[in-house]
Design a protein around this ligand. Structure first.
Ligand code: HEC
Ligand code: HEC
Length: 325
């Protein structure tokens, strides 16, 4: 009799766990589609033409080696933004890479890194210190963009952090990503740290992933700050992500705007989420969840992500990326 009661209670518990989608005993592995990795030597990008390269609408020109110099950020539209502080334009050899090389002079970033334009000044400074102190890492090590960010921060001085934070936090926030719900997508292969959609035709199943990549790979390689991106997300994920963001996640996630502000545009020292690259949102949520990202005010996110599944992260990111920043 007692055994029966115990068994019944236990099966109710198991049933509840199954319904909730939580996996309290087995942590889910990292969603690798959010951390695409295929070092350039294994997946050479298509060759760019030799000589001086130009972009429509810009008077500047750069050679291919100039476009690959981590200590000098190509600036196609210098007239569109305030002068770049030295650390932002050139970094400081040997370890501090030029911030605008990866994050672009607009601070808009690219899918393999992060948008840093318009971040709250105090949040920006705290994150640089979290990287410097080794508290902020990432769940999937070995990706060059994040490794170089960590090396940059390890050697950075407080006055350089202040100059970069002042510059980037004053820039307007923009989004260049178009989110498209689909079940079949153009064939996509990983080139270096990003998906590249095949120009040769062919399709593949999206499954439960977000596949995000440049619309025009050559403009992406040329570090055009106006390059556009497409993020394919599973059908239904945007509507589901909206409900999760509003706190309807069966207790698996908390409502986001109370801290991230109306329209998820940021509030006080809490960063905005609207219109960010969706894979970068997933990486952050998974990094908090796996305790790879600490420091700053990360403890406030701990309770938000504690019971979140990878599917919840996908849906939240799909929805937030559709919003106007
Ligand atoms: C080699 C590329 C690269 C360079 C150079 C670089 N970063 Fe980053 N940065 C990244 C990546 C990648 C991330 C995201 C790390 C992660 O996955 O959490 C990042 C994240 C950040 C963040 C956190 C953004 C957020 O929303 O939390 C800040 C702030 C930042 N970088 C500032 C800088 C500054 C300032 C410099 C120059 C001194 C710089 N970065 C140079 C690649 C780079
Ligand atoms: C209790 C307040 C709180 C709630 C609720 C909250 N957040 Fe956060 N969130 C924060 C804070 C504070 C940070 C900055 C953490 C740090 O300093 O590292 C943050 C950071 C983040 C980041 C990283 C941003 C970046 O620039 O790297 C993401 C992504 C994020 N939150 C998503 C969410 C989502 C999605 C929800 C709702 C499901 C949510 N948050 C709910 C407080 C909150």
């Amino acid at each position: 009799m007692i055994d029966c009661i115990l068994i019944r209670k236990f099966s109710v518990l198991l049933f509840a766990i199954a319904l909730s989608g939580c996996s309290p005993f087995i942590p889910e592995p990292a969603p690798m589609w959010a951390y695409p990795t295929n070092p350039p030597q294994q997946s050479p990008p298509p060759p760019l033409p030799p000589g001086q390269l130009t972009l429509e609408g810009s008077k500047a020109s750069f050679t291919w080696p100039e476009l690959k110099n981590l200590f000098s950020a190509p600036d196609w539209h210098a007239e569109d933004h305030p002068p770049l502080p030295e650390v932002v334009a050139h970094g400081r050899k040997p370890a501090v890479r030029a911030c605008a090389y990866c994050h672009l002079p607009t601070g808009n970033g690219r899918p393999e890194n992060a948008r840093i334009a318009g971040l709250p000044y105090n949040y920006f400074v705290a994150q640089m210190k979290a990287f410097r102190d080794g508290k902020r890492g990432t769940a999937v090590a070995g990706r060059a963009p994040t490794e170089n960010m960590s090396k940059t921060a390890k050697d950075i001085q407080d006055d350089e952090i202040a100059a970069a934070a002042k510059y980037f936090s004053a820039l307007p926030v923009q989004s260049y990503t178009r989110v498209v719900e689909a079940s079949t997508i153009p064939k996509a292969e990983i080139t270096a740290w990003i998906f590249r959609f095949s120009q040769l035709g062919g399709t593949e199943e999206l499954g439960q992933r977000i596949v995000e990549g440049p619309e025009d790979f050559e403009r992406f390689e040329m570090r055009d700050p106006a390059a556009k991106y497409i993020a394919y997300v599973p059908v239904g994920s945007i509507a589901w992500g909206k409900r999760l963001a509003e706190g309807w996640g069966f207790g698996r996630s908390l409502e986001c705007s109370s801290c991230h502000g109306p329209g998820y545009k940021g509030k006080d020292d809490v960063p905005g989420l609207a219109g960010r690259n969706p894979t970068s949102i997933v990486r952050q949520l998974y990094d908090f969840r796996s305790s790879a990202r600490k420091g700053g005010k990360s403890s406030e996110m701990d309770k938000v992500v504690r019971d979140m599944t990878n599917a919840d992260m996908l849906a939240l990111a799909a929805y937030l990326a559709t919003l106007t920043p």
